[in-house]
Ligand binder design. Structure first.
Ligand code: GH3
Ligand code: MG
Ligand code: MG
Ligand code: MG
Length: 312
């Protein structure tokens, strides 16, 4: 006998999620061989509430990009080992960073050289010395636009969850991370049961609301570290870092139970919806293809055994 869910309280919390702002501070990476210059910029940006990281040696740029995940790179033009231009071009060769704003921050005042720098991988050129307010404004504008574009590219418009492409990239990243740290992780594939009937009976708009309610419940109930995506129509996928398959089955079964108890409203009707779920895990499976295939197979079995259940 499972504890009944207070649906009103759950829906209240779910509704609150809609208005929650993303509180993530802006992240600025500063590449400069001059410690004084870098620290001065960093200090002004920190005062404006941003997070900064300083890289003095260009050889460390790529590693720091992975670790720090900046929203913008401020790049000095002249450094002892590589030039800013070379670093910008190196960054641009990596698919994940094609859209990352790169702004040169240099004392170079020759217009020709500035334009040539912007032509080769950079987005903008700011001349040192720069007023703190000007720097903050320039950085803020670039980051706002970058984050908007990231949301459009990486997320699904209906639910706000990660899209199919992003989830595939996250899966590969998670395999590497788990292997490096010798940790397990689980992959869950969810598919709403008889969803065609929901659309047929109550209309497509109501179907969309059901998709959003599941997305919001998953976002609310899972940990911040869990990565949640909409894989396609009424299919969802979750990566659960540092989670054994056995734990993932328990967790997803709780979610399955909660979701099945939500009473959805259409114009003249109330109805309930369920989902089925298949789970696979690392290191039992250690490639993106084998993990997906195993979760898919388990989901198929869940459907065949009568739906509204979690299978590993
Ligand atoms: P099963 O239990 O076997 O999964 O049955 P099902 O009806 O859920 O599966 P089926 O694949 O036959 O139908 C999926 C339906 O999902 C068909 C399609 O109309 C609906 N669907 C897909 N994407 C969307 C969407 O974005 N919005 C809405 N409202 N419906 C969608
Ligand atoms: Mg320099
Ligand atoms: Mg389906
Ligand atoms: Mg379905």
């Amino acid at each position: 006998f499972t504890k009944p869910v207070d649906i009103d309280a759950l829906m209240d919390e779910i509704n609150k999620l809609d208005v929650q702002e993303d509180p993530q501070p802006y992240r600025v990476m500063i590449v400069d061989d001059s410690e004084v210059q870098a620290k001065t910029s960093a200090m002004h940006l920190k005062k404006a509430g941003m997070e900064t990281c300083i890289v003095f040696r260009s050889a460390e740029v790529l590693d720091m990009l992975e670790d720090f995940r900046p929203d913008i790179v401020l790049l000095d033009l002249y450094m002892p080992d590589y030039t800013g231009l070379e670093i910008a071009q190196m960054i641009r060769q990596i698919k994940a960073y094609v859209g990352l704003p790169i702004v040169y921050l240099s004392a170079e005042s020759d217009r020709e050289k500035q334009l040539s720098a912007v032509g080769q991988g950079g987005d903008d050129f700011l001349t040192k010395p720069i007023k703190p307010d000007t720097l903050i404004e320039a950085v803020t504008a670039r980051i706002e636009r970058y984050r908007q574009l990231q949301t459009l590219m990486l997320r699904d418009g209906l639910t706000g969850l990660f899209n199919h492409t992003t989830m595939r990239e996250h899966l590969v990243q998670e395999i590497n991370r788990a292997a490096r740290n010798a940790q397990p992780f689980s992959l869950a594939m969810l598919d709403i049961d008889e969803f065609k009937d929901v659309n047929d009976r109550y209309g497509h708009a109501t179907g969309d609301k059901v998709l959003r309610s599941l997305a919001q419940m998953l976002t609310l109930r899972l940990r911040r570290a869990d990565i949640i995506g909409r894989y396609g129509g009424e299919e969802f996928v979750i990566i659960l870092p540092n989670t054994e398959v056995r734990e993932a089955v328990g967790l997803l079964d709780d979610l399955r139970n909660s979701f099945s108890q939500i009473v959805h409203l259409a114009q003249k009707a109330e109805f309930q919806v369920t989902f089925s779920c298949g789970i696979s895990g690392f290191p039992q499976f250690d490639s993106a293809a084998s993990l997906s295939e195993a979760a898919d197979k388990a989901l198929y079995i869940a459907k065949h055994q009568g739906r509204n259940q979690v299978v590993r």
